[in-house]
Design a binder for this molecule. Structure first.
Ligand SMILES: Nc1nc2c(ncn2[C@@H]2O[C@H](COP(=O)(O)OP(=O)(O)O)[C@@H](O)[C@H]2O)c(=O)[nH]1
Ligand SMILES: [Mg+2]
Ligand SMILES: [Zn+2]
Length: 304
């Protein structure tokens, strides 16, 4: 009698150029090839996979996604980064000097996906005053965790916020994302070290993202830094929803299709003028609008 092997369900915990690492229910990790080129599993994807006669794993299908984190790649096209997130942890620090526009773009990504966003202000050991933009973000309802990965302070708060969530740790390079992940993982650090080592020997290089488990059911995804992050947005008209402080004013402009740029009787600009919307945030909106509108105006991007 010949047994036909049944495909098992698994979770993609790392993505490499030609293969993925899949974790089964028992927590065992297997390197898997892809059955077809068209299969493009991301970290966080639920996949079907099986072990072939030669013992090697192969992914045979990708389950529909609940959420996808996207970015605009170097050629202005959509690139999918991670799947099925419930949270973005956006890390900023006093050093390097914060790029608030970049931080806003991660917040926009979170609003539009939609997933929860938490701002982590790291390297607290280097400052005693909180930057004004951070206070403004707190005022419009963003949760802010204050940490020092170096001193190990504030980590408990981050862990609590992460419980039972699948969060991607994102933000400017040098803010301490890797340090924070290492500090949060604590004794699991060695396992991380081993994974990294493999990469250095050139076998499993270009890992796009890796998923780590915290003890409390939380999952952290470390994605490699990108210099100029912007979420991929289908149409510039969607951006207004990415700025949560705009929400109460949307629909109150004179024109239904108001872009909130130079139109008369714009409720968003009225709120800006009366101080209810921060000029810095509004500037982020203008810049992102310009970026997305320019991208879609390029002939190469028309009609897919
Ligand atoms: N003073 C201070 N330095 C930190 C802290 N966290 C990380 N660093 C340092 O900041 C630099 C960048 O850290 P890294 O984790 O590689 O940042 P990443 O690029 O965001 O992953 C390293 O030199 C770290 O030692 C912190 O809480 N306080
Ligand atoms: Mg890093
Ligand atoms: Zn308007």
């Amino acid at each position: 009698m010949r047994l036909i092997p049944m495909d098992a369900r698994g979770l993609v915990v790392a993505r490499h150029r030609r293969h993925v690492t899949v974790e089964n229910d028992a927590g065992e990790r297997h390197q898997c090839a892809l059955l077809r080129r068209q299969l493009k599993p991301l970290v966080g994807d639920e996949v079907d996979w099986r072990r072939q006669a030669d013992g090697k794993g192969v992914v045979t299908g990708v389950a529909p996604r609940h959420t996808v984190l996207t970015r605009i790649d170097g050629r202005g096209r959509r690139e999918d980064v991670a799947a099925n997130l419930t949270q973005l942890l956006v890390v900023a620090a006093p050093v390097p000097s914060p790029d608030w526009t970049l931080l806003d773009r991660y917040l926009v990504a979170a609003e539009l996906i939609p997933v929860k966003a938490v701002i982590v202000f790291n390297k607290l050991d280097l400052v005693n005053a909180e930057p004004e933009p951070l206070q403004d973000l707190h005022k419009i309802g963003y949760r802010v965790c204050r940490t020092s990965a170096m001193l190990g302070s504030g980590l408990g708060h981050v862990a609590t916020v992460m419980a039972r969530e699948r969060g991607a740790v994102v933000g400017q390079s040098g803010t301490g994302k890797s340090s924070l992940i290492n500090a949060l993982l604590g004794e699991q650090l060695q396992a991380v070290g081993r994974l990294t080592e493999k990469g250095r020997h050139g076998r499993h290089t270009t890992s796009a993202a890796t998923l780590y488990r915290l003890g409390n059911g939380g999952e952290l995804i470390d994605s490699p830094g990108v210099r100029n992050y912007a979420p991929y947005i289908e149409s510039a008209a969607e951006i207004e929803r990415g700025f949560r402080e705009f929400h109460p004013h949307l629909g109150n402009c004179r024109f239904d299709d108001c872009r909130h740029l130079a139109e008369p009787d714009c409720a968003v600009k009225a709120e800006l003028a009366s101080g209810g919307i921060s000029p810095r945030r509004y500037e982020s909106y203008e810049k992102l609008y310009d970026l997305v509108a320019t991208l879609h105006a390029r002939p190469s991007n028309k009609g897919g």
